[in-house]
Design a protein around this ligand. Structure first.
Ligand SMILES: [Zn+2]
Length: 683
């Protein structure tokens, strides 16, 4: 591992912060914290922390000895001075004389001694930083160091690699006891440059930010060099000749890992997937002994809150026998869930106070021949789980190349998973109504499509945005977050590719909003067949094609689902010369009912929205001007030509779709959003 310290960068950051009145020590603390945080081989997703001991004025202007230590919730990769709250050092050091201090008391004492009362909570490892005398202290969960220590021979290997340069601290859960033990190990040999916390990570200290950082890089490099001498690779298992692709596996996996809601009939707790593959992942998941080395536990304890202790192991998906694979996946998920519940019950029985169980669903699934899936309640959480799983693969592969991977006893991992301070890292936001659901929207770049996308995003859904207009849909995906897919809904292959891509990225589809459409006009008595056929292609057959692809995926998942159709008031209240548009829309209304009729048994609902006169929808500026003129009205009056005298917006239409996406007891229904028009009312 190479040092990324650059004098010029350090200097320019220091002078930039100096203008904001930030001391050089703190600026350099920010600089090397970022260097550490930006390397996934050192620090992943909130793991690791850093500190500096310095003097700064308190709120009354009095110079005070403080520890600036990483605050909870800050990511080291992009930390700012505000992410290193200052805690008075003296009271922290006074705690060293205590024999016992609870986690809650530590948090309280730390908060009480913050210079700025509005600062974030200091890291859960603050006392450890305080009790060690180094001015700058860096702590990471470096991959290479974990590969060395996560072994039955870990201690011996560390001695061999580090000699007396680093002190060795046996595994103790973070908190008061670990801080005291680490201080004792240091005091027994104050010449050490750092400490290895066995099966946890590494600390280095220095008089300067650069020294602590360079010592970290040197220690990790030494571990890497030792690992490079390892030769052993995993011998490969025999796999089926033809393997199913991730897009076909994901909906099955997602369905098996969905939990029926006990309280709300028809509701599910769904997870989102993140697929990963590549040579390292495949070497690992294809190994003959995968069921041994993958089932030993996490590589460093704070990973448990993201991935649970163990990944779920699936069989290789034989493309020739997917029915069997499906059965096996459901079996594996059931076993995983049962085991997790048993694990919780047995460990919870022996501790006080009692904990509340987390959901028992897996967060990582390993698929021989294919790769791995991270699972989470959002795409972001799924990505974090997948990152950590890939990191674990690197640690375990290297550990096994020179010895045997070993994790911690289950009771230590339970203590970490259910540690109140770790749980706090996950946040306590209440979940949104469409959390965990994937919504696919056709014609997403249009006015109504984009409004639906915004409404569904705000409700917590993950978005797969389909549109013919590549640039427009990419722009929308960029602004909202989500997948942009160029798709022509009149082309069967284009539609199936879009669904496969959605499954590959999110794991499946729960809500399909079949929205794409366009208006054709013409005197019905004089109309060319071609015009009518074209309109039927987009305004009827495309809806059928999208609904069919959606239902296939929803059935593969087995968690119900929701089909939504953008119909039109034309379906029930034809307008003159709008025949080519209204007729296929009338057929689409019946299509919706047919799906409601035939898919109710699968828990799949089908509903539609009849909207009228929406700006930017089918109505272009020119059309509005022409129609208003034809009726002798100004544009505003034309747009408000309904019973309520109110203009209908794309957001009003989106609100109706959102209602249907959450109305678990409604199917076969049309909601009219037209400001009131008795002639268009459904009878
Ligand atoms: Zn740590």
């Amino acid at each position: 591992m190479k040092s990324r310290w650059r004098d010029a960068e350090a200097k320019s950051l220091t002078s930039r912060y100096a203008q904001q009145g930030i001391a050089a020590d703190l600026a350099l603390r920010v600089y090397t914290s970022r260097l550490l945080g930006q390397d996934p081989k050192l620090v992943l997703h909130g793991g690791g922390n850093t500190s500096v001991k310095m003097r700064m004025p308190d709120l009354l202007g009095e110079e005070t000895e403080v520890l600036c230590v990483k605050g909870s919730g800050w990511d080291m990769a992009e930390i700012e001075p505000a992410g290193l709250p200052a805690v008075r050092l003296k009271p922290l050091l006074q705690m060293k004389t205590r024999t016992h201090l609870s986690d809650e008391d530590i948090v309280r004492l730390q908060r009480a001694n913050l210079l700025d009362p509005s600062a974030p909570n200091p890291s859960v490892e603050t006392l450890l930083h305080a009790f060690l005398p180094g001015k700058f202290i860096d702590h990471t969960h470096a991959t290479a160091v974990l590969s060395l220590t996560d072994q039955p021979e870990g201690e011996k290997l560390c001695r061999e690699v580090y000699g007396g340069r680093l002190g060795l601290v046996p595994y103790i859960m973070p908190g008061f006891d670990l801080a005291k033990k680490a201080a004792r190990v240091f005091e027994s040999d104050p010449a050490v440059e750092g400490l290895v916390l066995l099966k946890h990570g590494i600390f280095t200290f220095g008089d300067s930010a650069q020294q602590a950082y360079e010592r970290m890089i040197a220690a990790v490099t030494a571990a890497e060099e030792r690992l490079a001498r390892g030769r052993r690779t995993f011998s490969a298992a025999i796999l089926p000749k033809r393997l199913a692709p991730a897009a076909e596996i994901a909906p099955i996996l997602r369905g098996a890992c969905g939990l029926k809601d006990d309280k709300v009939e028809g509701a599910w707790r769904r997870l989102i997937c993140e697929f990963r593959s590549g040579p390292e992942v495949l070497h690992y998941v294809n190994g003959k002994e995968l069921s041994r080395y993958s089932q030993l536990g996490v590589v460093t304890p704070d990973h448990t809150i993201r991935t649970k202790n163990l990944p779920m192991l699936l069989p290789a998906p034989d493309a020739a026998n997917m029915a069997q694979f499906r059965k096996d996946v459901h079996e594996a998920a059931k076993t995983f869930i049962d085991r997790y519940k048993a694990y919780f019950t047995s460990h919870n029985a022996r501790i006080e106070p009692k904990k509340r169980p987390l959901d028992p669903l897996p967060r990582v699934a390993l698929v021989p021949g294919v790769g791995l899936f991270g699972l989470g309640r959002s795409k972001k959480d799924a990505r974090i789980a997948a990152d950590i799983a890939e990191n674990a693969i690197a640690v375990i592969t290297d550990a096994e190349s020179i010895g045997r991977f070993e994790s911690l006893p289950e009771k230590d991992l339970f203590a970490m998973e259910y540690w109140s301070l770790e749980q706090a890292k996950l946040g306590k936001e209440t979940e949104k109504p469409l959390q965990g659901q994937v919504a696919l929207i056709t014609g997403a770049a249009g006015a109504i499509g984009a409004a639906v996308a915004r409404a569904f995003k705000a409700a917590g859904a993950e978005l797969s945005l389909l549109d013919k207009d590549t640039a427009a849909v990419e722009k929308l995906a960029q602004s909202l977050g989500g997948l942009a897919v160029t798709c022509d809904v009149t082309d069967g292959e284009s539609v199936s590719t879009a669904f496969a891509r959605t499954a590959e990225i999110f794991g499946g589809v729960d809500i399909a909003v079949s929205n794409a459409g366009a208006a054709w006009q013409g005197d019905i008595a004089e109309l060319e067949d071609d015009v009518l056929r074209q309109s039927f292609e987009l305004n009827f057959f495309a809806h059928q094609r999208v609904a069919q692809a959606a239902v296939r995926m929803m059935r593969a998942q087995g968690m119900g689902g929701c089909l939504l159709f953008n119909v039109s008031k034309q379906a029930v209240n034809p307008g003159p010369e709008f025949g080519p548009y209204g007729m296929p829309k009338a057929a689409t209304l019946l299509l919706m009912r047919q799906y409601a009729l035939e898919c109710g048994k699968d828990g799949i609902r089908a509903n539609g929205v009849n909207a009228d006169r929406v700006r930017g929808g089918l109505l272009t500026k020119e059309m509005i001007a022409a129609r208003a003129k034809a009726r002798g009205l100004n544009e505003a009056d034309y747009m408000r030509g309904n019973l309520l005298g109110r203009e209908v917006t794309a957001e009003d239409v989106a609100a109706a779709f959102l209602y249907h996406a959450t109305a678990l007891k409604t199917t076969g229904d049309i909601t009219t959003v037209d400001g009131g028009n008795v002639a268009a009312a459904l009878r």
